[in-house]
Design a protein around this ligand. Structure first.
Ligand code: ATP
Length: 205
């Protein structure tokens, strides 16, 4: 049995920054965002299922999923969102599981923005521990808007769809606070990494 540490946090909290640091320590990273994109790639069985369920309009002329159209549709139709997720969530979970199986590092980081929110997706129950990157809302807004050049309104809308800080932190086994510079982040990650190595070793016996 291997140790899987779920990594989560709100938009712009620093999940990628933390993942990159763990990767540098030789830890395999499974990124739910990346998987969510690859499972609906052009020609994939998952995309075909979505097309059958929601209609041919979900696929554009080149055969790619029309993300903007799907987003708009499910935003206005909660029932369609449920149908969509009934298809995508199991596919994402299966892909994550097969990546876990293929992983060879002492433990694994499973990074997912909605690890706690999307409980029905079943990613959290692949994890033995949850690590939350906590950041103030002001920092979140500033960093997310710097990075993506997204409007404040759009970022605030995404934040409104995510758990608030207190609620997310309640689910955490470990919390790092990422309001200062990257050095301060790495300084908090180091002892956690050591702890995870120890826990992983214990799990083996
Ligand atoms: P998302 O969920 O939106 O993908 P994320 O949680 O993966 O976000 P990152 O992409 O790691 O967040 O960080 C958001 C932005 O803030 C990036 O441009 C990153 O370089 C920057 N950043 C992260 N941590 C720090 C820090 N401690 N100091 C300065 N900049 C930071």
């Amino acid at each position: 049995k291997r140790l899987v540490v779920g990594l989560t946090g709100g938009i712009g909290s620093g999940k990628s920054a933390a993942s990159d640091w763990f990767a540098e320590q030789g830890i395999d990273i499974i990124d739910a965002d990346v998987i969510a994109h690859t499972v609906v790639a052009k020609g994939s069985p998952t995309l075909r299922k979505i097309q059958k369920k929601l209609g041919d309009w979900v696929v554009d002329a080149e055969g790619h999923m029309d993300r903007a159209a799907v987003r708009t549709h499910v935003f206005a139709n909660p029932a369609a969102l449920i149908k969509l997720e009934e298809i995508t969530h199991p596919a994402i979970r299966e892909a994550a599981k097969s990546q876990l199986k293929a992983s060879t590092s002492p433990y694994v980081i499973l990074s997912a923005p909605l690890l706690i929110e999307a409980a029905e997706a079943g990613l959290a129950n692949l994890c033995q521990r949850i690590l939350v990157i906590d950041v103030s809302e002001d920092t979140q807004l500033a960093r997310a808007s710097l990075r993506d050049e997204q409007s404040m309104i759009k970022i605030k809308a995404i934040m409104a769809n995510q758990l608030d800080r207190e609620e997310r932190n309640r689910h955490a086994d470990d919390i790092v606070v990422n309001n200062a510079d990257l050095a301060a982040l790495y300084q908090q990650l180091e002892p956690l990494h050591q702890n995870y190595l120890t826990l992983a070793q214990q799990l083996k016996y």
